[in-house]
Design a protein around this ligand. Structure first.
Ligand code: HEM
Length: 500
């Protein structure tokens, strides 16, 4: 009876219908429009069957075809790793490649009308206000101070593990720490991720995030949502927890602000929510949507990159040593300096001098991009620079993971971790085209927090690497990825630290 449970029947039906539809489309499009569309590399079923190793599977396809189609029940999915096509989608014909109904429909339950999910005027407004806020000196100084304080806290946690001779699951530490910093900078609130409320928010947000991704491979998610069944039922509960938590913070902040409004001595607040409220933006739903998009943007991306980076540091101890020395030289600290002194000496000037650290973080993002595949929707019939046509309604995606590993783009050593590929002859960091190194996207929708993320990752890494030496713990036998909307290390990263 178990074998014929409802999810099994739904999945088998979905597979059968998808297969028949795909064969039909393959024959129809193949015969009717020969040579005009990108080659078909498989069907949505292949993605479902390879879900656990999706990015490796997609890299194999990308090595066969720079741009290819995957047939799905209702539409084609076009995947490209060709920088010319990427530039065309992200910049040249930007208005034709938005989130569209396809992505909006899947992301909206969790992220509402936040900057990640919308196009057109709604996107432009949020982008304009947020870009301005992100470029102010006020936010820069405030966020650097928050990063330095958090880095010290992180170092204290690692220090406790050293004292008790325990391994540290460092991905978990990074995830909690980036969530706390994002809360402080966005909302001006001290979130305690170890409190019951903090843990519930964090786990509910992660769960909702994971189910959102699963919607991309589960053709029956809408039916399940309608029936309030399985993962979708769970997601609904998680979203309720997340929403209520953020609404409560917004309400408190509004009350605080209205009390302070009449007080001319009140300090100007630096967090993003206060800045939106000061601009008389008071619709709680709109504010909640903006905030959740920023939380999803800033939390897991940075935490996952830091985790992969520390994995690389453990694999390459000589490089780890070199970066620790670079940090000591850039900050001018000595062997007897305390962690607080070290953290306080990480000024903007010192960060600029950490070129090797910058290159190593970038090389990490080339091989382990936090967003390994990034999708758009084609809004009207079009032709790519490679001469192939794309239909209105097709899902179109570029692939940072596959692109980062292609020999045609990076040379024979594409699979190797070599930060020096980012350095010029003077050892200074050398930019690459954002249409080839696509970890932060490119064009008008390029990641708004790129500088912010580098600053945070450099401050965290500088404090930890100048203080401790890291190696993989014995329990960390293999490292596998797990994708939610962002890329994680499955089961976390267990490391042993010792003082330098
Ligand atoms: C290593 C860290 C990060 C990586 C790799 C990264 C990467 C990306 C990527 C690929 C996108 C495009 C997503 C899409 O298609 O909508 C994006 C968008 C965005 N990122 Fe980041 N991000 C990082 C950190 C951050 C941080 C720390 C923030 C801010 C707190 C941030 C804010 C944003 C925002 C607001 C957008 C939406 C931009 C728009 O649609 O106009 N990101 N990021």
């Amino acid at each position: 009876m178990d074998v014929l449970s409802i999810p099994t029947i739904l999945t088998l039906t979905a597979l059968a219908v998808t297969l028949v539809t795909c064969v039909f489309k393959l024959v129809f499009i193949g015969l009717g429009n020969k040579g005009k569309y990108h080659p078909v590399a498989g069907t949505a079923i292949d993605h479902l069957l390879n879900f656990d190793r999706l990015h490796d599977y997609m890299t194999e396809q990308a090595n066969k075809y720079k741009t290819y189609r995957i047939l799905n029940l209702f539409k084609s999915e076009v995947y490209t790793s060709d920088p010319a096509n990427v530039e065309y989608i992200l910049k040249t014909n930007f208005p034709n490649y938005g989130k569209g109904w396809y992505h909006y429909g899947k992301l909206n339950d969790l992220l509402g009308d936040g900057i990640f999910t919308v196009d057109g005027e709604k996107w432009r407004n949020q982008r304009k206000i947020s870009s301005y806020e992100f470029s102010t000196k006020n936010l820069r100084d405030f966020s650097s101070a928050v990063f330095r304080t958090s880095a010290v806290k992180l170092a204290q946690k690692v220090s406790e593990a050293v004292t008790s001779n325990q391994a540290t699951e460092i991905q978990d530490l990074f995830t909690k720490s980036t969530l706390e910093t994002v809360f402080k900078i966005l909302l001006g609130v001290d979130l305690d991720t170890t409190s019951e409320e903090g843990m519930l928010f964090s786990s509910s947000f992660d769960e909702a995030n994971a189910v959102t991704l699963y919607r991309y491979v589960d053709v029956f998610w809408k039916v399940k949502r309608f029936l309030n069944y399985g993962l979708e039922a769970n997601m609904k509960k998680c979203i309720k927890v997340v929403d209520e938590f953020v609404y409560k913070i917004i309400r408190n902040k509004m009350e605080q602000m209205s009390k302070l409004r009449d007080d001319s001595r009140a300090m100007k607040k630096s967090d993003i929510l206060s800045r939106f409220l000061e601009m008389n933006e008071t619709d709680p739903k709109y504010l909640k949507d903006i905030i959740l998009s920023f939380i999803i943007a800033g939390k897991d991306t940075t935490a996952s990159t830091l985790s992969w980076f520390f994995y690389m540091m453990c694999k390459y101890p000589l490089l780890q040593q070199k970066i620790a020395e670079e940090v000591r030289e850039a900050t001018g600290i000595n062997q007897n300096s305390s962690i607080d002194e070290l953290s306080n000496s990480i000024t903007d000037d010192a960060l600029d001098k950490m070129q090797c650290l910058h290159a190593a973080l970038t090389e990490t993002l080339r091989l382990y991009p936090a967003i390994p595949v990034d999708g758009k929707c084609c809004l009207s019939d079009d032709t790519f620079p490679d001469g192939f046509r794309v239909r209105k309604g097709s899902a179109v995606a570029y692939q940072p993971w596959a692109m980062g590993r292609m020999e045609s783009l990076w040379g024979d050593d594409a699979e190797d971790f070599r930060p020096e590929r980012w350095s010029d002859e003077n050892g200074c960091f050398r930019q690459e085209s954002p249409f080839k190194f696509t970890a932060f996207q490119a064009g008008p929708r390029i990641c708004l927090g790129k500088e912010f993320a580098y600053r945070q990752m450099k401050i965290f890494s500088a404090v930890l690497l100048a203080t401790f030496r890291f190696k993989l713990s014995d329990e960390q036998r293999t490292v596998k990825y797990r994708t939610m909307l962002t890329l994680h290390i499955d089961g976390g990263l267990h490391v042993n630290a010792s003082y330098r």
